[in-house]
Design a protein around this ligand. Structure first.
Ligand code: CTP
Length: 131
């Protein structure tokens, strides 16, 4: 039976930490589906618009060899609906979210992957702003 993996993120100013988490997520199954967070969701969550629009972020993530399908994540509260809607067998999140999605373990495996050290979109933006 084919195993579908689902994961979520903003993937703004795409960097190697993003690539590695998607590669490791893909390796846990046969098919990788990625929810890319909506611009409006980022405004609510982080208080600022992403550098790249949701359409651009979706286009970049969709082009990756390890990614089979992308969609816009409209709300953080809809994880269960997205998991069920995409028939996902595994939910992958970065370990900055460790424990936060254990409630979904009745419908899928929940796996938290360690983040790549010392890189983040926020750090890149701050670094460029300081130049
Ligand atoms: N991620 C990772 N390693 C990093 C940065 C991100 O594994 N160094 C993972 C996150 O855990 C998540 C996915 O990449 O599963 C998308 O994360 P996102 O929040 O879009 O990226 P960040 O770089 O963490 O962005 P920000 O600094 O804006 O929080």
């Amino acid at each position: 039976m084919s195993r579908t993996v689902i994961t979520f993120g903003t993937f703004d100013v795409f960097h190697v930490g993003h690539l590695r988490v998607l590669e490791r997520a893909a390796a846990l199954g046969d098919r990788l589906v990625v929810g890319v967070s909506a611009d409006a969701l980022n405004m609510r969550k982080k208080g600022r618009a992403p550098v790249f629009s949701e359409r651009e972020r979706l286009e970049i993530v969709a082009a990756l060899r390890v990614v089979d399908e992308v969609f816009v994540e409209e709300s953080l509260e809809l994880k269960r609906d997205y998991v069920l809607g995409h028939r996902a067998d595994v939910l992958v999140m970065g370990d900055d979210w460790a424990g936060r999605f254990d409630e979904l373990s009745d419908v899928c495996d929940v796996v938290y992957l360690p983040r790549t050290p010392a890189i983040s979109t926020t750090a890149i933006i701050e670094h460029i702003a300081d130049l």
